[in-house]
Design a protein around this ligand. Structure first.
Ligand SMILES: Nc1ncnc2c1ncn2[C@@H]1O[C@H](COP(=O)(O)OP(=O)(O)O)[C@@H](O)[C@H]1O
Ligand SMILES: [Mg+2]
Length: 380
């Protein structure tokens, strides 16, 4: 029985744990709070700060896992580089996890590989941000180099807006690097995630592209297949193949692209793990992104991935000022449409805009309608 140490226990980790357990793995889940989604379905759980170098090292040595599988970005990745040197297997590879933990490193890598990206620069002070933004153009996106799900991310055009963006980024950053990336704002036509599979043999394959819509830098809904032209798919596949081959290892990657009005494919970012917009694959594909990640990380043969049917996903979010306990209402109503399926993540408490569940349906309209019927209510 293979032992998996899962670093991060959110909704993606929960589904991955289920996929791993179905094929006989023993899963130890980690996160900074108790009863996180993946912990509810795993064999064992550890609650600690994964940015704490010594603690993370200690947990790895205690459990001696066959595979260390990161599910989030906020991990002390230096420990993973060392663990790999000492013979542990990090999924997809310690290099991939280390480079993607910080937006600047993966951007630099994409640029070095010759991929089209938005123009970008870095800043470590408010003044520097204003200076760099001016060089880039009128409208820019500002993001902490270390963050996810849109945290600390904003857009700015004026000096005052840049000042607020700086403040917002520093408040929203994870880890201890006071550094932001400032990017040219791309007025894209649409954006996609290309789930890209890298097998240990080096073989690269793809799922059908997923279209998605974001708000506050966070995913709201997604659909598969995205309506891309053949040339857009080919260009995205070529770029994704370059990126994952360079990062190495084995697993599924979420490679994000913007497609501009002229059909140009612009690399945005990459996650070396299942992707939130890819939850739709639980509905559409014969094997979901979680089943694929599980198979590939274990080095098992990969079945042919097929799109069984088109589909869409829509998040169920907590309200803007939500905190504390909650109840979810309206599930019966949402399920009246027989094409609808859902996942409720079982997070133990609310936070503002926290993702609490996801609706899946055969069309985007149906997913939106069903999602409107479900509400997350605070409970005293
Ligand atoms: N340079 C940009 N131009 C236009 N939109 C952007 C830009 N950067 C980010 N966005 C929007 O914000 C979303 C989240 O940004 P992303 O870099 O993917 O952050 P995260 O790691 O939090 O997912 C993107 O999917 C896109 O919709
Ligand atoms: Mg993203």
């Amino acid at each position: 029985m293979k032992k998996i140490l899962l670093l991060g226990s959110g909704e993606l980790g929960k589904e991955l744990t289920i996929s791993l357990k179905r094929i006989g793995c023993y899963v130890i889940t980690c996160d900074s709070y108790e009863n996180a989604p993946a912990m509810q379905v795993s064999d064992q759980a550890e609650v600690f700060n994964m940015l704490d170098k010594n603690k993370l090292q200690e947990i790895i040595e205690t459990h001696q896992p066959d595979f260390i599988v990161p599910e989030v970005e906020a991990i002390e990745t230096q420990v993973l580089l060392e663990a790999e040197k000492n013979g542990y297997t990090v999924i997809p590879s310690a290099k991939a996890v280390n480079l993607t933990m910080n937006r600047d490193r993966i951007r630099d890598r994409a640029k070095n590989l010759g991929l089209p990206t938005a123009s970008f620069a870095y800043a470590e002070t408010e003044q520097e941000l204003i200076l760099e933004a001016k060089k880039i153009g009128t409208k820019v996106a500002v993001k902490p180099v270390m963050s996810s799900s849109g945290k600390g991310q904003s857009y700015a055009t004026t000096k005052d807006e840049l000042k607020s963006s700086w403040k917002f980024a520093i408040e929203g950053m994870r880890g201890n690097r006071k550094r932001v990336i400032v990017e040219e704002f791309i007025d894209f036509d649409y954006e996609i995630t290309l789930l890209t599979i890298l097998e240990k043999s080096g073989n690269v394959s793809f799922c059908e592209p997923i279209g998605h819509f974001q708000e506050r830098g966070d995913y709201q809904y997604s659909w598969q297949p995205a309506n891309c032209s053949k040339i857009v798919i080919e260009n995205a596949q070529e770029a994704a193949c370059k990126m994952v081959s360079d990062l190495g290892g084995s697993g599924i990657f979420g490679v994000e692209f913007f497609v501009d009005k002229k059909g140009k494919v612009i690399f945005s970012e990459l996650s070396p793990r299942p992707h939130d917009t890819g939850m739709v694959t639980m509905y559409t594909q014969n094997y979901s992104q979680f089943d694929i990640h599980a198979r590939v990380l274990l080095g098992l043969p990969l079945p042919e991935i097929k799109l069984n049917r088109p589909g869409a996903s829509h998040v169920i979010l907590a309200e803007k000022n939500a905190t504390g306990n909650y109840v979810i209402e309206g599930i019966e109503k949402a399920l009246e449409d027989q094409s609808v399926d859902l996942r409720i993540f079982g997070k133990p408490f609310l936070k503002p805009y926290r993702r609490m569940g996801v609706i899946m349906a055969e069309t985007l309209d149906k997913a939106k309608i069903a999602a409107r019927k479900v509400s997350v209510q605070s409970k005293a």
